[in-house]
Design a protein around this ligand. Structure first.
Ligand SMILES: Nc1nc2c(ncn2[C@@H]2O[C@H](COP(=O)(O)OP(=O)(O)OP(=O)(O)O)[C@@H](O)[C@H]2O)c(=O)[nH]1
Ligand SMILES: [Mg+2]
Length: 326
């Protein structure tokens, strides 16, 4: 590869749910932007992040896991993933190390054939299997699609992930800086805060409850905090005499939307304990992301069968019409 050329372009990350797409993207850009969880169908829309180095600029498009949709939200998520294939220069198909391949894999392979783009198969989570098994799994996938390259990695343990960047840059054309050097994502603070709350809920809640939730930020305002006092609702450590320096504080009010009355009780928990746990974890993560103090209030609302309600989906930003406009 000629060294002095600045390469840039768009890279789509697609695959089945829970294979580690968002984890890999966060790892490659060196920051946690996309939320992750051990539950499938964590990512619900296209998450755009930017990686800039002396070689060039990569714009990653993380996508929802491709699955058999059971409601309108699921259909939207699959559409996002397939639509992304037409928006990118290079495709990463992420899989887990296994010899299993079924209808889902065949569907993805058929969509890739239509996309006619360079495809790199990234076999993630190789830390979970015996090393000697990996070549066999790679051979199985080789029969499924004529990949440009197959790269075994562990996103979680940082194994071989640099090879993914090398393989991407080798296939990107000479191009401009699409985003300035400091940009890591085009997501708004509001969108990131909402996703953080959803991540904490996903991680705290069990079984079918997390799949039926959505988070809506109702208000998000930044105000100047007076020096020398703690905000009333977050008094900090009462044993400490230290006074706060002046700074900014975010007041955020969010609603967790759930589809069943019975789920509302589970989300709130005994004496409000579950909601408190979710809100505290979310507040700390938003504070870390914003670098400022956060005053977070979270409520729970029931919206029956919202995952099949086109109007609610649109108001939450899961809008099929927006897809083709990207
Ligand atoms: N052992 C191991 N676990 C991993 C690795 N990469 C990701 N994971 C875990 O796999 C789970 C799913 O990761 P995500 O990044 O949320 O997966 P995803 O493909 O984005 O999932 P969806 O958004 O639901 O499609 C999380 O619990 C991760 O910690 C890896 O290399 N090794
Ligand atoms: Mg994801």
């Amino acid at each position: 590869m000629k060294k002095d050329i600045f390469r840039s372009g768009f890279v789509g990350i697609v695959g089945r749910p829970n294979v580690g797409k968002s984890t890999l993207m966060n790892h490659l850009i060196g920051q946690k932007i996309a939320i992750t969880s051990a539950k499938p169908q964590t990512t619900r829309s296209q998450i755009r992040t930017v990686y800039t180095c002396e070689r060039g600029q990569v714009i990653f498009l993380d996508t929802p896991g491709i699955h058999k949709a059971e409601n309108k939200l699921g259909e939207y998520m699959d559409d996002v993933a397939f639509e992304t294939l037409s928006q990118v220069d290079v495709i990463l198909w992420l899989v887990e190390p296994t010899s299993f391949s079924g209808a889902g894999e065949r569907l993805i392979a058929s969509k890739l054939k239509l996309a006619k783009k360079p495809v790199i198969l990234v076999m993630n989570k190789i830390d979970t299997v015996e090393k000697k098994l990996v070549p066999g799994y790679m051979d199985m996938y080789r029969k499924l699609y004529p990949f440009d390259e197959i790269i075994p990695v562990s996103a979680l343990r940082s194994v071989n992930t640099d090879s993914v960047l090398d393989a991407i840059f080798a296939r990107l054309p000479e191009g401009p800086m699409y985003y300035d050097e400091e940009t890591v994502t085009d997501q708004t603070m509001r969108a990131i805060a909402s996703e953080i709350i959803r991540e904490k809920a996903l991680r705290c809640l069990k079984e079918e409850v997390p799949h039926g939730i959505a988070v809506e930020i109702q208000t998000m305002k930044e105000r100047r905090r007076k020096a020398g006092r703690k905000p009333e609702d977050q008094p900090g450590d009462p044993s400490s005499d230290a006074l706060d320096p002046a700074g900014m504080i975010w007041d955020i009010e969010a609603v967790i939307i759930t589809e069943k009355d019975s789920h509302k009780g589970i989300i709130i928990g005994k004496g409000g304990s579950m909601l408190k746990k979710i809100a505290t974890q979310a507040r700390l993560a938003i504070e870390e992301m914003a670098g400022e103090q956060v005053n977070l209030k979270v409520f729970v609302k029931v919206r029956k069968d919202w995952r099949d309600n086109a109007g609610i989906l649109r108001s939450l930003g899961y809008d099929p019409k927006e897809l083709s406009r990207k």
